[in-house]
Design a protein around this ligand. Structure first.
Ligand code: SF4
Length: 694
């Protein structure tokens, strides 16, 4: 305020960082943000925020923003600043030229979970209706794609079952593979409040996260499992519930497929799934696992909250289905205080999946082979759509290395830093004839780009984000795009340069198209959102004010499906050369690869990426606090400093991936989830040795 003066107007908008989706008032003076204050009427945050959101506006005005388009023939050439017209014409010509030489499937694109629903809808529309193929994917590929697969298979739709308000009615909270204190701070505060009021907590995590023991909060059980053994732990919990007669049989008979339940019950009842039999594999003491399973099944309303520690594994989808199994076994679905709650990392992971960004699904999770669903879009878009799924991100990179995939449009995503096995990503990008990057800053991926299109921040556009509880929140323009165009307008320019003939003049028209084509959004409009503040999908004739809780009277798929969850060990093995297991996570003040948070005032609180190592493992390597160490895997190596702590167990090391200097994903491997290709970021066999620094 001292710098910019007293605000003269306020605009309510939504935080562009994590999946909590906090509402803020941007307090403005002219075209400048004076401060951001959490909005007390925001349904997701009720007047609270975390340090990231409060300072988020800082990066919009940062000097590193690239505000003019740039092109170059080869990536070894210097960038040349050009007009928007020339940049778009250049990009469109190169993409069409590639299609002429290599076929229509030789190009594709990646949407961003940072962008609005309207923007991601337009990108997948451009790829399907203008490029003419299904080579569209989203950065949700590398985080919650197993949630999509697992919850769709078991419940019938790819979304969390509850609203955040449900936490007020929780008796037993199970937190698996998530660290809400750092990743979803405002939700963590609500959870802690409930725990202080007497709810019980079970934490299943290799690391002793803050929730295990923090101010006035202590978990009833912490199951410190060995990274990569989630399926074994979840299946063993089901073993206890089934063999000790703790199932909610009435719920299962009424709501689930009984024959499938019997197959599943026979499977989990096998002795090999008992806590005693799995202890050596998982590292979880049998008595603790048994007690935790009993508490979840008998302690009243049981709610499961999970994060990327569940999904980013070779069996990520299997674990998601195992979690859904636990909820169905115990009848913990369809009312306040229960359910299965994926905590989404980015602001619009839910929305980017809802909007048809995956190569196999049209908006609303309808498979591209669904003739009826395709017809809806074909009529509206005036062209036949492909019925075969397109390429996922890793397949695009593989195909690029093989020479069959030649051009890509990447909106709001730094895949070189965020995706696993950096060397392979770089090789794929380097093999393409046309890489178009649309972003705020010249990111690492842009080093391999031929066209750079400046992106706009969340403060510079209208639209909507959908948070982790399916809540559609309005994003409102508080200042004109500094780069000249909002991201949705840039996509429209490119699509039109390739012959589309689109004429959207405001994102509300795109939302109208979403509502007209996507049943779960049928009743959504900007008028409704302005009137109600926000709304949770499904929002349609049956639920005109939205649906805070799903599967109340029946599952979306009809009967709930209990799926046999066989544990299969990851191919990523420790051995004499790589004896430790690396797992990764986030810290409170930083967001993903740090492109935005490193350029805001909250970086004052930020530390570098550090490697957490147990005292025993540090001692055997002669490592002391703060020493530089070399972290190496079969994929690559990096250097960072050590923090010696018993937050990690012996044999396990941990780091964050926020800094480009560290590039932690240099060491992560190409293993991925069997169903979705979500990378196995959470399990990498590594060696750690003292070093002299980078
Ligand atoms: Fe809220 Fe998440 Fe933004 Fe923090 S980062 S203010 S918890 S939405």
């Amino acid at each position: 305020v001292a710098e910019f003066g007293t605000p003269d107007r306020k605009v309510v908008t939504t935080c562009a960082y994590c999946g909590v989706g906090c509402s803020f008032e941007a307090e403005m003076r002219g075209d400048r943000v004076v401060r951001m204050t959490p909005w007390k009427h925001g349904a997701a945050n009720r007047g609270h925020s975390c340090v990231k959101g409060r300072f988020a506006w800082g990066y919009a005005g940062h000097k590193d923003r690239i505000l003019e388009p740039m092109i170059r023939e080869r990536t070894s050439d210097p960038w040349r600043i050009v007009s928007w017209e020339e940049a778009i014409r250049h990009a469109a010509t190169r993409l069409r030229d590639i299609q002429g030489r290599h076929g229509i499937r030789a190009i594709g694109g990646i949407t961003s979970s940072r962008c609005t629903n309207e923007e991601t809808f337009l990108v997948q529309k451009m790829i399907r209706a203008v490029f003419g193929n299904n080579n569209t994917d989203t950065c949700a590929r590398v985080c919650h794609s197993p949630t999509g697969y697992g919850l769709k298979t078991t419940f019938g739709t790819s979304a969390g079952t509850q609203d955040f308000d449900s936490v007020e009615a929780v008796d037993v909270a199970v937190v698996i593979g998530a660290n809400p204190t750092d990743g979803h701070p405002v939700f963590a505060s609500r959870l802690k409040k409930r725990l202080r009021a007497g709810a019980k907590l079970i934490v299943i995590d290799p690391r002793r996260i803050d929730l295990v023991r923090s101010a006035h909060v202590e978990a009833a059980h912490h199951l410190p499992l060995r990274p990569g053994t989630n399926v074994a732990v979840v299946t063993s919990m089901a073993h206890v519930i089934v063999t000790e007669g703790l199932c909610d049989e009435a719920f299962i008979r009424e709501r689930c497929d009984w024959d499938e339940f019997q197959d599943y019950a026979a499977f989990v009842s096998e002795d090999r799934h008992s806590p005693e039999a799995t202890e050596a594999l998982t590292g979880v003491p049998a008595a603790d696992l048994r007690a935790a399973a009993r508490l979840y099944a008998t302690g009243g309303n049981g709610a499961i909250y999970y994060g990327l520690g569940v999904t980013e594994h070779s069996q990520g989808s299997t674990t998601v289905m195992g979690i859904a199994n636990l909820a169905m076994l115990t009848g913990n679905i369809g009312r306040p205080g229960v359910g299965v709650n994926p905590l989404r990392g980015q602001n619009n992971v839910q929305g980017s999946c809802d909007m048809g960004s995956f190569p196999h699904e049209l908006p609303g999770y309808r498979h591209v082979s669904d003739d009826g669903a395709r017809e809806v879009f074909e009529k509206l878009w005036g062209r036949q759509l492909e019925r075969e799924p397109g390429l996922r991100i890793p397949n695009m990179l593989d195909a690029a290395v093989d020479g069959t995939f030649k051009g890509i449009y990447i909106q709001g995503e730094d895949i070189l830093q965020s995706d696993p096995d950096t060397r392979h990503v770089a090789a794929g990008l380097a093999a393409m004839d046309c890489v178009i990057v649309q972003d705020l800053f010249l990111n690492e991926t842009a080093n391999h780009a031929h066209v750079f299109l400046p992106g706009s921040t969340f403060l510079e556009k209208d639209g909507t984000f959908t948070n982790a509880e399916r809540r559609i929140n309005r994003v409102r323009e508080v200042m004109k795009p500094r780069n000249g165009y909002a991201d949705w307008e840039v996509t429209q320019l490119l699509a039109n340069a390739m012959g589309a003939g689109w004429a959207y003049t405001h994102p509300s028209q795109i939302m109208a198209e979403i509502a007209a084509t996507t049943p779960s959004f049928a009743g959504v409009s900007y008028d409704l959102l302005d009137r109600l503040g926000s709304v949770q999908w499904p929002c349609n004739e049956d639920h005109p004010a939205g649906s805070p809780i799903m599967h109340v009277d029946g599952f979306v798929r009809g009967r709930g499906k209990l799926v046999v969850t066989e544990y299969v060990a990851t191919d990523e093995k420790t051995g004499p050369r790589f004896p430790l297991l690396l797992t990764t996570g986030r810290i409170l003040s930083q967001y993903n690869v740090g492109a935005q948070t490193r350029r805001t005032a909250n970086s004052l609180w930020h530390e570098e990426d550090r490697l957490e190592i147990h005292p025993q493992d540090a001692e055997t390597r002669g490592v002391t606090e703060g020493d530089w160490v070399r972290l190496a895997s079969r994929a690559g190596e990096t250097s960072l400093r050590a923090t010696i702590t018993d937050r990690v167990m012996p044999g396990v090391v941990y780091t964050t991936f926020h800094h480009p200097d560290t590039q932690a994903n240099v060491v992560t491997t190409d293993h991925s989830d069997w169903a979705t290709n979500c990378p196995e970021y959470k399990v990498t066999a590594v060696q750690v040795a003292l070093s002299n620094g980078p």
